[in-house]
Design a protein around this ligand. Structure first.
Ligand code: GLU
Length: 480
């Protein structure tokens, strides 16, 4: 049995929003580390200096914290294998590139971008292989030294071995790349910056990464990475390339399909629990085929062999439904916290006592999948208007309705005279008793009539609870 300590990493390029696809990759690595007692590393791949920025790095870090993915090592969590930002590791990449050159496994390439482009176009036009043509592959040591001394700009290019590469992917099974798929590729640009495939290998090796779990859009990169592992005489980590996330049209998920950033979902009042839950199911399945669970359960049941091979369809409705399930089971305190952040500070909700607020969120959480949808419902408690609708017209046309209205108006006037702010359950019960017993109104005319008269609407949540949350004065205005 392999008893090696599991070390996994999430390696975002901080060039924009924290995308759903990235969230899923981070999550799988994080859970795998937690499920195996391993270590989870955050590595920032910011060697594209033009596109990388600190805001994006911050978005990724904050997003991970919000989701409960606490990494063990990272730019703000120093560890044995730092620094954890690639832009701070340039010397390391230079050192390994020098070694590859010394061993004859890489070479300086003086070809300019223009020359390369021209050669490529020519090859293509002539139906030839457009890979690098080897111009600088066999330059003599002397010539290289001379040109470097003259200050000529040079990139470092890797000498690609002519052979096929095979590896066993934990999701895809055995994958073989035939020979000649790629030509000698650049590992260090002439400005000293490394390219992704190269620094990724150096870092995964130096950071002792044992498993690389990532999206299958990186499968093609694995070929160059395998070549580099071989060149530095290191066995590669295990790879698990997780299936693509697609939209309903089976195309790769993109902005076209709607929002793809984590922050958008956060602003839409999704709970981190729901994000973790739903994202984990995009490419993996629960051993008991459950669809609702929390992070703790995930840590207990997660195994790498339950990744699904087929692309995962991102389904907004399902995601919302998952959120609804968490919304109903989350603690009242969490919900109060969240609602407190959603409503504007001057909302009358904030003038009410703790008991009222608790009853309010408990009532409405049954009705919605997203907390933000409770807002209009809470508004309604303080809205004296009476809805005009076919349903309301019908209820108003019943001969029992004016009777109910008259009686309840007298009751509300009485409560108001007693300075009562809200009706209580026993008020509502006694009204019902009176309407049934003395006024002989029953069934639909009673319930619908009371609802229409008290709430000004022909639909809504549990009537008794709703009425007890509505100020007496608001009900009075509706009655008038
Ligand atoms: N920086 C790469 C990305 O964001 C990481 C790929 C990998 O996990 O190797 O896609």
């Amino acid at each position: 049995m392999n008893t090696e300590l599991v070390r996994v990493r999430f390696a975002p390029s901080p060039t924009g929003q924290f995308h759903i696809g990235g969230v899923r990759t981070a999550l799988y690595n994080f859970i795998y580390a937690r499920a195996t007692g391993g270590v989870f590393v955050l590595r920032i791949e910011d060697t594209d200096l033009e596109r990388s920025n600190m805001e994006s790095e911050k978005l990724h870090m904050e997003g991970m914290k919000w989701l409960g993915m606490d990494y063990d090592e990272g730019p703000d969590k120093p560890g044995e294998f730092g620094p954890y930002r690639q832009s701070e590791r340039l010397e390391i990449y230079k050192k390994y590139a020098d070694e590859l050159i010394t061993k004859g496994k890489a070479f300086y390439c003086f070809c300019t971008d223009e020359e390369l482009l021209e050669k490529k176009e020519k090859a293509k036009a002539g139906g030839l292989n457009p890979n690098y043509d080897g111009t600088c592959r066999n330059l003599s040591h002397d010539e290289v030294s001379k040109r470097l001394q003259k200050g000529e700009k040079a990139a470092v290019r890797f000498k690609v071995p002519i052979k096929a590469f095979t590896f066993k992917d934990r999701v895809k099974g055995e994958v073989t790349f035939p020979e000649n798929m790629v030509g000698d590729f650049i590992i260090l640009r002439s400005n000293g910056l490394p390219v992704y495939n190269y620094c990724c290998v150096i870092d995964d090796y130096l950071m002792k990464i044992t498993h690389v779990i990532r999206g299958d859009d990186h499968l093609a990169n694995t070929l160059r990475q395998l070549m580099l592992y071989e060149a530095i005489s290191v066995s590669p980590p295990e790879f698990a390339h997780v299936s693509l996330i697609v939209g309903h049209d089976r195309q790769k998920l993109s902005k076209r399909h709607g929002a793809t950033s984590l922050n958008w979902y956060k602003d839409e009042t999704y709970f981190p629990e729901a994000v973790v839950n739903y994202m984990s199911l995009l490419g993996w399945s629960h051993p008991e085929e459950k669809s609702i669970f929390d992070l703790e359960e995930l840590k207990r049941v997660f195994t790498i062999d339950r990744f699904v091979k087929s692309p995962a369809t991102f389904d907004n409705e399902k995601f919302k439904w998952v959120n609804g399930q968490h919304l109903r089971s989350i603690s009242c305190e969490r919900l109060l916290d969240q609602i407190g952040n959603i409503l504007p500070q001057n909302h009358r909700y904030f003038e009410q006592d703790d008991e009222w607020r608790k009853n309010c969120v408990e009532l409405f959480r049954e009705k919605v999948d997203l907390s933000k949808d409770m807002w209009p419902m809470i508004d309604r408690l303080f809205d004296a208007s009476v809805e005009q609708s076919d349903g309301m017209n019908e209820i108003n046309s019943w001969e029992t309705t004016p009777v109910i209205r008259e009686y309840l108006k007298s009751e509300m006037l009485r409560l108001d005279a007693e300075n009562r702010e809200f009706p209580t359950i026993s008020d509502v019960n006694s009204w019902m008793k009176h309407l049934k017993g003395e006024l002989k109104i029953k069934g639909k005319p009673l319930f619908m009539g009371m609802r229409a008269v008290l709430t000004g609407q022909d639909h809504g949540p549990d009537l008794k609870m709703f009425v007890c949350l509505t100020p007496v004065k608001i009900i009075l205005s509706r009655l008038e």
